[in-house]
Design a protein around this ligand. Structure first.
Ligand SMILES: Cc1cc2nc3c(=O)[nH]c(=O)nc-3n(C[C@H](O)[C@H](O)[C@H](O)COP(=O)(O)O)c2cc1C
Length: 300
């Protein structure tokens, strides 16, 4: 039997396939469903200190096969109301990672502390949403450091930092996170993008700019995971364009200790089992006994 269990930044997962933040992590019940469908862990939709409406429609458009640009604008009910969803999600029996955002290091720390009190097994700091004012935080490694330090002072659970390719150097942002005590980095968030309608001569999305996700960003994500793996000591969680077991294995070979899926959920919850079974079959076929043998194997 092949071993699929992994340990990522202090969290033990029965398998490395996680639900990424944003698509179905809006309610506890949907996160339970992801766990029942085979996910090794679930990440909630990003939650901030207060209710936030997000942008008006249109907020999502398909631009290439299996590739979308969205500008949801981080809609969420605020952490106080969201704590109930965290409690429900816990019943799924897999680690629940609460994705947190805020306008300042203090706001991140307050939300993270409340998430931990509600039962979060880890927090993932979203410093990289490409279409909101709070997302630009990661452009300044100094600010990433301040956010991570503030959160680490307040919570005992592992702290992951979600990064994007929308910066000059993702490695610099990753180093800042690591130096401030982050337990893992997650890469990548959506890629800042836009789409213009040629008949109306106007941008299609209400916010003009959005974030590209899905198949189109996989090579960018794999490059980021590869660079981070080379530069950092803490684990890297890979996300971006994973639909099949081969996409997941590519991220793992680049250096991902675990992977996350977001856009592939548009095809249904069966994606978790398909990925887990496919990764297992690949490892068996190649004669590996433990998934950890292939993490970063593309580097040697
Ligand atoms: C509709 C939508 C909403 C998202 N919301 C969030 C979010 O709230 N927080 C976050 O960190 N990432 C969010 N993401 C980004 C995903 O977690 C992921 O990093 C990105 O989509 C790349 O993975 P994918 O190609 O599997 O979709 C969102 C993505 C989509 C498509």
């Amino acid at each position: 039997m092949v071993r699929l269990e992994v340990e990522v930044g202090g969290l033990r997962l029965r398998n490395p396939v996680m639900l990424a933040s944003g698509v179905v992590g809006v309610t506890g019940k949907l996160m339970m469903r992801a766990a029942e469908a085979g996910a090794g862990a679930v990440v909630t939709k990003s939650v901030g200190p207060e209710r936030r409406a997000g942008y008006g429609n249109p907020t999502m458009v398909e631009v290439l096969p299996e590739s979308y640009i969205n500008c949801m604008g981080l809609p969420n009910p605020g952490i106080d109301e969201f704590t109930e969803e965290i409690r429900v999600a816990k019943r799924g029996g897999v680690p629940v990672i609460v994705s947190v955002f805020g306008g300042s290091p203090e706001e991140f720390a307050v939300v993270a502390e409340k998430a931990e009190d509600a039962g979060a097994d880890a927090v993932e700091l979203n410093v990289s949403c490409p279409h909101t004012e709070v997302g630009v935080l990661e452009r300044e490694p100094r600010v990433v450091r301040q956010v991570v330090e503030a959160v680490k002072k307040r919570v005992g659970v592992p702290v992951f930092v979600k990064l994007s390719s929308n910066v000059t150097s993702i490695v610099e942002a990753g180093r800042a996170a690591e130096e401030a005590g982050a337990d893992a980095v997650t890469a990548i968030n959506t890629v800042r993008a836009m789409v213009i309608d040629v008949e109306t001569c106007r941008p299609i999305l209400s916010n003009r700019f959005g974030g590209l996700s899905g198949a189109a960003i996989k090579p960018i994500a794999v490059r980021c995971v590869y660079e981070l793996y080379e530069a950092l000591k803490i684990p890297v969680i890979g996300v971006g364009g994973i639909f099949s077991w081969a996409d997941a294995v590519e991220h793992i070979l680049a250096g991902a200790s675990a992977i996350q899926v977001a856009t592939a959920l548009t095809k249904g919850f069966s994606v978790f089992k398909e990925l887990v079974d496919g990764i297992r079959a690949y490892l068996e076929r190649k004669g590996f006994k433990d998934i950890r043998e292939v993490v970063g194997a593309a580097h040697v």
